[in-house]
Write a protein that binds this ligand. Structure first.
Ligand SMILES: [Zn+2]
Length: 433
């Protein structure tokens, strides 16, 4: 009411003061990085475009309305290969690559996969605010990592810079920055009778504030308009009032439990041949085998769910306590949050042994690194210190691990003659022993 009584000039003055006040108290995130920082960042982008699959058809994108954030659900090497060369499915089907414009590694290094003027095939079946097929009007950014694992500070810094640069280039505000899980939608399936959110969980752990982003959507426009059915978990993460439920409130894991179903972990990829279910008893199934061979209600608790798997299933079978990092399988896939715990022990191909507290990130570990989880050691065998003195009655146990000078890792039950163990053999004993 007060407002109406002011004359026009006073209103103008008041409006100007308001703007000034807002400007002073909440500096625009667009100014958070200096031009020199932006410049340095842009010059450091690694040009990966020569590795693009030549089969990928480059088509100019007419509009750029959104910047879409993804998590790759893989390690760096496999991410770079898949987004550039394409996905390969076990049934022989393959895609032509061009699945993103940028990849941001866990150390913050940023790769340009496809020039930003072309359309990337990254959003799939998607909709936002009534517009569908968002790949045709957006830029894709892949963060190397998992939707149930922490994004690094270095990644937040790089994506913050990249978003600013792209927002400036296309005149986009912070509401234009969305995650793939926000915009993907699925057709009716066994959980939903109608078109619905929840097809992807991609980047639902993306913390906008850490990337320097300001206010955004507090509702899902397509759910509000009745075009789509909401996904309860995603709605809580993205639109619940009060502090965001991100990461802390949501039990972020890829382990099946009563409350964490295949759908909540894998979204529409739940029954894909590229989704792998590792049962606690060591058996391994792909998503497309579950209906016939197991049944969706009979997946045991603590089953590990892995997305985007194209490697051999044999590599994923449980071969006892010794796990191996392989193509598409990172230390995080194998050890989860324990990856940097001191009782997770890594045997690098070089012969070096490190415990998790010596590892800065799971993506720093090369393929064919072996690891054991929940162990104390090393305890060297010597003349005065026998395996029995180290491990007690469990020295012959398959869970007691011996690292031989030949770099072989054996469980106690596979050592034939303990009296002939070479000096320098290292013993690792389960931490709970
Ligand atoms: Zn995605």
């Amino acid at each position: 009411m007060q407002w109406l009584r002011l004359d026009f000039r006073k209103r103008l003055l008041l409006a100007a003061l308001c703007c000034l006040a807002i400007g002073l108290t909440a500096p625009s995130p667009l100014t958070a990085f200096s031009m020199a920082e932006r410049d340095r960042f842009q010059r450091a982008i690694i040009d990966y475009r020569p590795r693009l699959n030549p089969e990928y058809k480059k088509i100019e994108r007419k509009h750029t309305r959104y910047l879409i954030v993804h998590t790759s659900e893989l390690g760096l090497d496999t991410t770079l290969r898949v987004v550039s060369k394409g996905k390969q499915f076990r049934n022989g089907r393959r895609t032509d690559g061009g699945h993103t414009h940028y990849v941001i590694a866990r150390d913050g290094s940023t790769y340009r996969i496809l020039d930003k003027k072309w359309t990337a095939d990254h959003a799939g079946t998607s909709m936002w605010d009534g517009r569908s097929d968002l790949s045709q009007m957006s830029i894709g950014i892949e963060l190397v990592g998992y939707h149930y694992a922490p994004i690094t500070d270095k990644q937040y810094r790089s994506i913050g810079l990249l978003l600013r640069i792209l927002q400036d280039a296309y005149g986009l505000d912070d509401r234009a920055v969305l995650t793939h899980s926000q915009v993907a939608f699925g057709r009716p399936n066994r959980w939903h009778k109608r078109d619905h959110r929840g097809r992807k969980r991609c980047a639902k752990n993306f913390d906008r504030a850490k990337a320097g982003l300001g206010p955004t959507w507090h509702y899902d426009p397509d759910v509000r308009a009745g075009r789509l059915v909401a996904d309860a978990q995603l709605a809580e993460v993205f639109y619940s009032p009060g502090p965001r439920a991100i990461a802390s409130a949501v039990e972020e894991t890829n382990l099946i439990s009563k409350h964490n179903t295949a759908w909540l972990i894998a979204g529409e990829d739940f029954d894909s041949s590229a989704t792998v279910y590792q049962f606690p008893d060591g058996r391994v199934f792909t998503g497309d085998q579950i209906t016939e061979q197991v049944g969706w209600n009979r997946i045991p608790a603590k089953t590990v769910v892995l997305l985007n798997q194209s490697g051999s299933l044999a590599e994923l079978k449980d071969d006892g306590p010794v796990k191996t990092i392989a193509d598409g399988i990172t230390a995080w896939s194998l050890a989860g949050r324990s990856y940097n715990h001191h009782t997770t022990i890594y045997f690098l191909p070089s012969g070096r042994i490190k415990n998790g507290s010596m590892i800065s990130d799971w993506d720093d570990l090369p393929v064919s690194t072996r690891l054991i989880i929940g162990y104390n050691g090393p305890f060297p065998v010597s003349k005065d210190r026998s395996a029995y003195r180290i491990a007690g009655a469990r020295f012959k146990d398959p869970q007691t691990i011996y690292y031989l000078p030949s770099k072989e890792l054996l469980g106690g039950s596979r050592i034939e003659d303990f009296s002939r163990l070479q000096a320098g053999t290292l013993v690792f004993v389960p931490a709970a022993l």
